[in-house]
Design a protein around this ligand. Structure first.
Ligand code: ZN
Length: 439
């Protein structure tokens, strides 16, 4: 009996020590993914040589899977989650920031003979990716070696025979197909606000891009962040109204393929799908600004709409994603009727949105356009794509990054959604046999 207390005390000391040790093991420092803090390009055979190396400095080595894809030729390196502490404009030779930085560095020196275009970032929880645009058929390998208490991840690119490259690209597409099947099974069903009444119309908000696909970048501002902030600002008044259920295609910095976004909207039974983006002109035309509301059509309304759709439809390819088979046009009269009705509703909403938008924010001088956006192709969900403005315009960029502007503009967009659903029975999807209401 007398011996018990000390034994007890000893064991409690021991368990406290064990708990402290476990805390140390599971400390946040260990839970954090490895970080990449620098990247450089090397040509070991000298400028214009055959081999190009892209070297990332990491604080710990990571395993990786390297493969190539074709159409367009790309080298893809899949990694466990890595925190990239590197400016995303690295690897983008077209970036104004990159150009000015390089110009300052290379003042008086001849231009670099070979510009490598690459992207890197988060793909989804636990996964990251590096994508390199290849100038032509190439051999691609990667390895990580310990260096300076961390690791150096070296990507090696060498020219290859076209036949060998095409065979490797076919194998790469299969590798990715398998990974995608696993990932799709793992994607959580983005359930709408669970507590709310299922009879309320469901609005799916779709912030464009994300993760490895930053969208357009101007200075320190990336499209993927601007549109996520706006989606959250728009969800605020919609939720507060109590009239809708809200779901997001992404709520964090993750890459979601275009067709997956459409699939989420259809699977959840969305009554309205709003895709959010921001545009940019490389020519830096300051005068071009304001929001544009796009709807889907087989033929683009104008050359500018065609350019925007082509650029937004590139998202999967830029993120190193093999093109998914697009469902061919169904030659079915009922399908065609449904799609026509859906498009009529999309156009009605586009009109409401542009009318409300101009009250609080700037509209492009031609604010309603249409083109073949992949993300707007759900045949049974009215869908629009709102380009919030041009990050290439200083005025628009100031607006888009201002919380005050965001709140004002989002409030008007929420009112446009009210206009759209006003007088309608609150069903999950618009009654498709009802002729579209003319405003
Ligand atoms: Zn975009």
């Amino acid at each position: 009996m007398q011996n018990n207390p000390p034994v007890f005390r000893k064991s409690s000391l021991w368990s406290a020590a064990l708990a402290a040790l476990m805390l140390l093991v599971a400390s946040p420092a260990r839970a954090e993914p490895p970080a990449a803090f620098d990247v450089r390009v090397e040509n070991p055979d000298g400028a214009g040589g055959r081999e190009t190396r892209l070297i990332f400095s990491l604080d710990a080595c990571v395993p990786s899977q390297a493969y190539v894809l074709d159409q367009p030729p790309r080298a893809v390196l899949d990694l466990p989650e890595v925190k990239f502490l590197i400016d995303p404009s690295h690897g983008d030779p077209a970036s104004a920031k990159h150009k000015s930085r390089r110009a300052a560095k290379n003042a008086g020196k001849p231009a670099a003979p070979h510009e490598l275009t690459y992207r890197f970032g988060r793909l989804s929880a636990g996964k990251s990716r590096i994508i390199v645009d290849l100038p032509g058929p190439a051999q691609f390998s990667a390895a990580c070696a310990p260096k300076n208490a961390g690791g150096e991840l070296t990507l090696v690119i060498k020219p290859a025979e076209p036949a060998a490259f095409h065979a490797a690209a076919r194998a790469g597409a299969e590798t990715q197909d398998q990974a995608r099947r696993d990932a799709t099974a793992a994607i959580p069903a983005r359930a709408p606000d669970s507590q709310s009444d299922a009879s309320k119309p469901l609005i799916v908000l779709d912030p464009g891009h994300g993760g490895v696909d930053a969208g357009t970048i101007q200075g320190d501002v990336a499209e993927k962040d601007v549109v996520l902030e706006f989606a959250k600002a728009l969800a605020g008044p919609l939720r507060a109204s109590g009239r809708y259920r809200i779901a997001f295609t992404r709520e964090d910095d993750a890459f979601i393929p275009l067709q997956e976004r459409v699939r989420i909207a259809r699977k959840l039974g969305a009554a309205l799908f709003v895709s959010l983006h921001a545009d940019s002109l490389s020519s830096g035309a300051q005068a071009v600004r304001g929001a544009t509301v796009y709807t889907v059509s087989d033929r683009a309304s104008d050359a500018e709409a065609a350019r925007v759709a082509a650029s937004e439809n590139q998202a999967d390819s830029l993120a190193g994603q093999e093109q998914q088979e697009q469902a061919g046009d169904v030659n079915d009269i009922l399908f065609d009727l449904t799609r026509r009705e859906t498009r009529a509703y999309s156009n009605i909403f586009a009109k409401y949105l542009s009318e409300r938008w101009k009250i609080a924010a700037t509209l492009n001088k031609n604010p309603q356009r249409h083109a073949g956006f992949v993300v707007l192709k759900a045949p049974d969900v009215p869908s629009v794509l709102l380009e919030l403005g041009y990050l290439s315009s200083e005025q628009d960029a100031a607006d888009l990054t201002s919380p005050k502007w965001r709140e004002k503009a989002a409030a008007q967009a929420a009112l446009a959604i009210d206009d759209f659903f006003r007088g309608r029975p609150t069903v999950a999807a618009p009654a498709l046999n009802e002729p579209p209401r003319t405003p």
